[in-house]
Design a protein around this ligand. Structure first.
Ligand SMILES: Nc1nc(=O)c2ncn([C@@H]3O[C@@H]4COP(=O)(O)O[C@H]5[C@@H](O)[C@H](n6cnc7c(N)ncnc76)O[C@@H]5COP(=O)(O)O[C@@H]3[C@@H]4O)c2[nH]1
Lengths: 195, 195
């Protein structure tokens, strides 16, 4: 089942590289945030990676594209400089680079809030695959809702069992098909819950 | 089926980023090689990305690990400086980096041969997943031979139908469980066939 396989490869091919310390060159995600805070003079109230899972699997290149246009009364996301890269040799690729993004959430009448966030890329890739019917005929009978549910359930299960990763990331489900929801506010609520 | 999904996401989530020109910042793979040749003063007889698929799905960090130790009579691989990075915003990750490796094949008594090569990363990731039974119980009944066959067949089919990618990469199946085979020689044979 597609969602299950995607969750396994997302965890093993990515989260294991960027979240835990590798005992050598990479200090681990929370420390990477601490280094960024010191260099940039900012504070991240929650030092975890927020992984956003959208209902339709659509993920824009930049999270700011989820902001509501012309609504200065609402919180909005803005990308900042990225966290430090993780570089390692992987499957014949020398110095493959893994890079996480930092965003700030501007709040009307209040200080900005910083966080590390991104969408769950495998869902974005599947979203693109499903748009190219001719190339990927074999996958045309996929049920999007089932894939997203399987992906979330499997990923939560793997993360909770992983000693190295369970306390280093947060899955955030976002119904991007609901025009009344603002991602920046969904993230602020999640941060308040975790602070 | 796992291999089919992996081939689709490998193509859509990776090959489409590194092989064709994006009409803007990235000139395309063959041009990326041409730029490298000019800067480094070397020649790549075949200007395609060689994607190595191993029988056991095991992929070492560096292809030199497939060389035969203490055999100076055999061709061997050595990593060189990488090709130029492709950077783009993807699914909320700002400036995600895609990097391909260049290798030279040293031949006893002959000039070295340059090529761009790497293993098929999804197979490597699945290989790691299958080693962690406790975390990934749901996948324990996978048949490795079926997954590798499905992956190769599907990937060949997608690439052949893709106008942008079909002439920019070569799949190389390598039986890494056969001690008589030397990857450097398998690649040299492939290059001679394609020159
Ligand atoms: N050789 C190679 N170099 C790359 O830069 C690269 N990027 C992706 N891939 C492979 O293509 C396929 C599609 O990628 P996608 O991004 O949808 O899923 C990726 C993605 O969701 C996540 N991931 C991996 N690397 C990164 C990264 N640098 N930033 C964010 N997410 C990442 O973890 C999944 C599995 O990664 P891999 O198991 O390494 O193999 C992938 C995958 O098989 C790559 N393969």
């Amino acid at each position: 089942r597609y969602g299950i396989g995607m969750a396994c490869s997302f965890f093993e091919g990515y989260l294991t590289h960027v979240l835990p310390s590798d005992g050598a060159r990479f200090v681990g995600f929370a420390e990477n945030i601490a280094i960024y805070e010191a260099n940039q003079g900012v504070v991240f109230p929650v030092k975890k990676l927020f992984i956003i899972i959208t209902k339709s699997m659509y993920c824009p290149p930049d999270l700011k594209q989820f902001n509501k246009p012309n609504r200065t009364d609402l919180a909005r996301l803005e990308a900042c400089e990225s966290l430090s890269d993780v570089e390692k040799d992987v499957a014949g690729v020398k110095n493959r680079t893994y890079r996480n993004s930092a965003y700030k959430i501007h709040r009307p009448g209040s200080d900005p809030v910083y966080l590390a966030a991104e969408c769950a890329t495998p869902l974005h890739t599947l979203h693109l695959v499903l748009q190219k019917r001719a190339l990927f005929e074999e996958l045309k009978n996929i049920d999007v809702e089932e894939v997203v549910n399987d992906f979330c359930t499997m990923l939560r299960s793997i993360i909770s069992k992983s000693h190295d990763c369970h306390d280093k990331c947060e899955l955030v489900y976002f119904d991007n098909t609901n025009p009344d929801l603002n991602l920046a506010d969904v993230l602020l609520d999640k941060i308040r819950e975790l602070e």
